[in-house]
Design a protein around this ligand. Structure first.
Ligand SMILES: NC(=O)c1ccc[n+]([C@@H]2O[C@H](COP(=O)([O-])OP(=O)(O)OC[C@H]3O[C@@H](n4cnc5c(N)ncnc54)[C@H](O)[C@@H]3O)[C@@H](O)[C@H]2O)c1
Length: 477
C-alpha cells in the first residue's frame, strides 16, 4: 500500500499537531507545543479541515496565469517534493510560493511559533499577515496550486516522523528556527529556548532523513553571522590551513556573537558530522541579512503579503531603517555604525533556495555556500535610506544610539560569495528601485507602526536569569 498517497492531506488540507509555541505565560521551561495533542486522530485536525472546506466553497476567481499576473507559473520543478520547514516565516513563506509557482510539490511545516513570539512581546509585523490557512487557501484559489500544511513542532519527533513519512520529501529546506539574536539575548530562558529549539530541531530532521529518506537533500539556513568578523577574508565554509609544515582543509573558524549565532554554529557542526557519518546530502547556506518584502508571488494579493518586522528584536537592519524613515523616526545606527555585513534581496533568497535544490549537495560532505550579494556598513545603509527618502520628500534623520550588542564597530570584512553565482544567481542589487518600493510599502502601512518598539529593548550585557518582559520595558523607554 502506498502510505504516502493515502495518508497525506493534500492541497489546503492541514495536518495539525501543535500550533502553539512557548509563551511568556507558560510555566518556566515548558514548551507550549509539547503539551498539545496530535490532532490527526482528534478534533483539531477536523477543525482545521472544516475551516479550509468553508474557504473552498467560497466562489473562486478565474485561475491566474503568467500573462494576467506577471507571476511565473510553470512546471520546471515538477516531480520534486520539497518540505519547507518554517514556511510561515519571512523567508520560508516567500520561498514556498516561489517553488510552488514553479511546479515543485511543496509542503509547509511550521509550529507558528514566530507569530506567538510577537504576541508574547506585544509586537506585530508592519504588514498585516493573514493566517497560514488563509494564505494557502488564497494561493490555491489564485493559482490552482496546492500547498500541504503540517502544523507542528520539529522538536517533537513523533509529529515530525509521521509527517515526514507521509510527505517523503526529496528536499527539505530548513528555515524553522528562532532567528533573532536579540531575542536569544533577552534572558536565560530565551537563550536556552533558542538553542534547544534550533539544535534539537535540526538533529531531529537529520534523524528523519537518515531513517526515512536517506536520499533526501537538506538545504539548511545558516547565517553569515556564524563567521563573526575575523581580520582575514571569509571563505565559503572551509579554509586551507598550513600549520607546522602540514596542510589541511578545515571548517572555517566560527565566532558566534549571540546565543542565536552559536546555535547555528552547533547546527553546522552537527550537520558536518551527520553528512560524514551517515552519508547524507547536506547544504548549509550562510545567509546574509535579508531585506525587502515583495516577491512577485507575495504581491499577487494582500492575503499573500509577507511579514515586515521593524521592532528592535526581530527587525533586521535595512528593513528597520526604511520603516523608521517612513514614520519619521530617526534611523537608529548602533554605536559607530562601521559594522559591515552581507545583505541580499528577498527575491534572491528564494532564487538561491531553488538553485540549491536543483543542484543538490553530494553525499557525505556538507556543502557550504555564502548567500549574500553585497556588503554594506550600517552607516552606508543609513545614508542610502536617507537619500532614497529625500527623493520621496521624507525628511530622514540619522542618529547614533548606544549599541546593545557587544561587537566590533569598525573592522575588516571581506567575505566570498561566488558559489551561488556560479550556479546561476543573478543578483538584484540594492538600488533606488528596491529602496523606493520598500519605502512605499512602509509608508502605506505606517499607521500600524508602534514607535515605542523601535528603540533597543535589551543589551547583551544585561541578559540575566530574570525573565525580561520586553513589551513593558520597551514601552517605558
Ligand atoms: N531574515 C534574515 O535576514 C536571515 C538572515 C540570515 C539567516 N536567516 C535564517 O533564515 C531562516 C529563516 O529566517 P526568517 O527571517 O524567515 O525567520 P522567521 O522567524 O520569520 O521564520 C522562521 C519560521 O520557523 C518557524 N519555527 C521556528 N521554530 C520551529 C519549530 N521548532 N518547529 C516548526 N517551526 C518552527 C517559525 O514559526 C517561523 O514561521 C532562519 O533559520 C534564520 O536563522 C535569516
Amino acid at each position: 500500500m502506498n502510505t504516502r498517497s493515502n495518508l497525506r492531506t493534500r492541497g489546503t488540507g492541514a495536518v495539525v499537531r501543535a500550533a502553539a509555541a512557548p509563551s511568556a505565560s507558560v510555566s518556566r521551561g515548558a514548551r507550549g507545543a509539547r503539551s498539545c495533542h496530535f490532532a490527526a486522530a482528534g478534533s483539531k485536525r477536523g477543525v482545521a479541515r472544516q475551516t479550509v472546506r468553508d474557504q473552498r466553497l467560497a466562489p473562486t476567481k478565474a485561475i491566474a496565469t503568467e500573462e494576467t499576473t506577471g507571476v511565473t507559473l510553470n512546471n520546471e520543478g515538477k516531480g520534486k517534493r520539497v518540505l519547507v520547514v518554517g514556511g510561515d516565516g519571512y523567508c520560508g513563506w516567500a520561498s514556498a510560493l516561489h517553488l510552488s509557482a514553479r511546479g515543485y510539490e511543496v509542503a509547509i511545516m511550521d509550529n507558528l511559533a514566530r507569530r506567538n513570539w510577537d504576541q508574547q512581546l506585544g509586537y506585530d509585523s508592519l504588514t498585516p499577515i493573514a493566517s497560514i490557512h488563509k494564505r494557502v487557501a488564497k494561493w490555491k484559489e489564485l493559482t490552482g496550486r496546492d500547498i500541504t500544511l503540517y502544523l507542528g513542532d520539529i522538536c517533537d519527533f513523533e509529529f515530525l516522523a509521521e509527517a515526514w513519512k507521509q510527505f517523503e520529501p526529496e528536499h527539505v529546506v530548513h528555515f524553522g528556527e528562532q532567528r533573532s539574536a536579540p531575542y536569544s539575548m533577552l534572558d536565560r530562558e530565551r537563550a536556552v529556548y533558542t538553542q534547544v529549539n534550533n539544535v534539537s530541531g535540526t538533529i531531529n530532521i537529520l534523524y528523519a532523513m537518515k531513517e526515512f529518506t536517506p536520499d533526501c537533500h537538506m538545504v539548511k539556513l545558516g547565517t553569515m553571522g556564524e563567521y563573526g568578523t575575523p581580520n582575514i577574508d571569509i571563505e565559503e565554509g572551509y579554509l586551507d590551513i598550513t600549520h607546522n609544515g602540514r596542510t589541511d582543509t578545515l571548517p572555517y573558524p566560527k565566532q558566534g556573537n549571540s546565543f542565536y549565532h552559536l546555535s547555528k554554529i552547533h547546527d553546522s557542526t552537527n550537520m558536518i558530522f551527520c553528512a560524514k557519518t551517515w552519508g547524507l546530502k547536506v547544504t548549509d547556506l550562510n545567509q546574509g541579512v535579508v531585506y525587502g518584502v515583495k516577491t512577485p508571488e507575495t504581491s499577487l494579493d494582500e492575503t499573500l503579503i509577507n511579514r515586515l518586522d521593524y521592532d528592535s528584536i526581530f527587525g533586521t537592519a535595512l528593513n528597520r531603517f526604511v520603516i523608521q524613515a517612513a514614520v519619521g523616526h530617526p534611523i537608529t545606527v548602533y554605536g559607530k555604525g562601521g559594522q559591515t555585513r552581507g545583505f541580499l534581496d528577498i527575491r534572491d533568497t528564494v532564487r538561491c533556495i531553488q538553485l540549491a535544490i536543483d543542484n543538490p549537495a553530494e553525499q557525505g560532505k556538507m556543502r557550504v555556500m555564502n548567500q549574500f550579494t553585497e556588503l554594506f556598513s550600517v552607516n552606508e545603509l543609513a545614508s542610502l535610506v536617507k537619500d532614497a527618502g529625500a527623493k520621496l520628500d521624507l525628511d530622514v534623520q540619522v542618529t547614533s544610539v548606544p549599541n546593545p550588542r557587544i561587537e566590533a564597530e569598525e573592522h575588516y570584512y571581506n567575505a566570498k560569495n561566488s558559489k551561488l553565482k556560479d550556479l546561476g544567481l543573478e543578483p538584484h542589487l540594492l538600488g533606488d528601485a528596491i529602496l523606493d518600493s520598500l519605502l512605499n510599502v512602509a509608508v502605506e502601512y505606517k499607521d500600524r507602526c508602534d514607535r515605542q518598539l523601535i528603540l533597543p529593548a535589551n543589551a547583551w550585557g544585561s541578559s540575566g536569569v530574570s525573565r525580561h518582559f520586553v513589551g513593558e520595558k520597551a514601552k517605558s523607554i
